[in-house]
Design a protein around this ligand. Structure first.
Ligand code: FAD
Length: 308
């Protein structure tokens, strides 16, 4: 049976959607074991299908070179055919270090994995490629929203403590929880409503539409550079890459660098007053109109449908 080792670079009281997606895919591919950076894995790991959990002797912080030791020790125990992690900077960093240790490759932002064949889009979403490892296990990160999450609660799996401690090279001085917006994280949201220069500094309609749909708020670089919204909201080549089920582009022209971050979304709706805007080339549904007229009508219609 194929052995799949799943890396969780952080573990809260509940599994994130990305972590649930990783476990769902891992379960489809083979037997699951999990390696976590927390010495005391949380009850969130009580999920059907996880055979075993590997943990360090003490919590290992992100960026610590000891993560390579942790992953290598876990790989030595689990003998995985596949090692999967979330598509985050921290997980990619740690898995790249493991790949060097195992003389294997690392494929980031996978969109699907069948057997050991990974499919992902490249060159700003213009091409889809398939790749397979040559020797060594397949090590890959999974792009959020690539697999519908379907995990069932189970009993807490057996935990094996590995002889790995933090190296001391990285010290976590302080952890500050950011104030919650009540919205899902941009990178893993199923719905994203993004605003561009067309909102002319006022994101309130974009936020209202996002809240109506339970989605996250994104932005073009023109909007973040103008200081209308935090840079963390930027979608695109030099921002966050998203692949939600629904992406609503509002007052964004659709430059190639913006497309690179949202082109693989399931359904793309574009609202733009210029019928020749490039975003319409990739939109599934296009609305030519002024966003200040279109969004209030969309919100009104959504509310009416919810009540009926
Ligand atoms: C190296 C590099 C990296 C980059 N990385 C990114 C990136 O990661 N993400 C990103 O987004 N960009 C990125 N850019 C910038 C990118 O090239 C564009 O400049 C940017 O995306 C434009 O943002 P925009 O579409 O909001 O603005 P504009 O191109 O100015 O478009 C505004 C749109 O709003 C429409 N509009 C105006 N008013 C209304 C209204 N009332 N109702 C409806 N529509 C309206 C207009 O018709 C227009 O189409 C990058 C550029 C470079 C060079």
């Amino acid at each position: 049976m194929t052995q799949v080792l799943v890396f969780f670079e952080e573990l809260g009281a509940e599994l994130s959607i990305s972590q649930q997606e990783l476990l769902t895919l891992a379960g489809q591919l083979g037997e699951i074991s999990v390696v976590t950076t927390s010495a005391e894995p949380s009850p969130a790991l009580a999920v059907q299908g996880i055979g075993s959990v590997y943990a360090p002797q003490a919590d290992v912080p992100p960026g610590d070179p000891a993560l390579a030791d942790l992953l290598a020790e876990a790989a030595a125990q689990a003998a995985p055919d596949l090692v999967l992690g979330a598509d985050t900077a921290d997980a990619t960093d740690a898995l790249a270090r493991l790949a060097v240790r195992l003389e294997a490759g690392l494929i980031t932002s996978a969109e699907s994995i069948e057997g050991t064949t990974v499919t992902k889009s490249v060159l700003a979403g213009a091409y889809t490629t398939s790749a397979q490892p040559v020797g060594g296990p397949l090590i890959a990160t999974l792009r959020p929203n690539s697999v519908p999450a379907a995990v069932q609660p189970g009993s807490l799996p057996q935990i094996t403590t590995l002889p790995v401690s933090p190296s001391g090279a990285v010290e976590l001085l302080e952890e500050t929880e950011l104030p919650s917006t009540g919205r899902p994280a941009l990178s893993e949201a199923r719905v994203v409503v993004a605003g561009g220069r067309g909102v002319e500094g006022d994101f309130s309609l974009v936020e209202q539409l996002a809240d109506e749909l339970g989605g996250a708020v994104g932005a073009s670089r023109a909007a973040t550079d103008a200081g209308w919204i935090d840079h963390s909201a930027q979608v695109g080549q030099t921002g966050v890459i998203v692949s939600p089920q629904l992406y609503i582009s509002v007052g964004i022209s659709g430059a190639v660098q913006q497309k690179a971050g949202m082109q693989t979304s399931g359904t793309i709706v574009a609202i733009n007053k210029d019928e020749d805007a490039p975003v319409f080339e990739i939109a599934d549904f296009g609305i030519v109109g002024d966003l200040t007229e279109v969004i209030p009508q969309a919100i009104e219609e959504l509310r009416a449908r919810r009540q009926s």
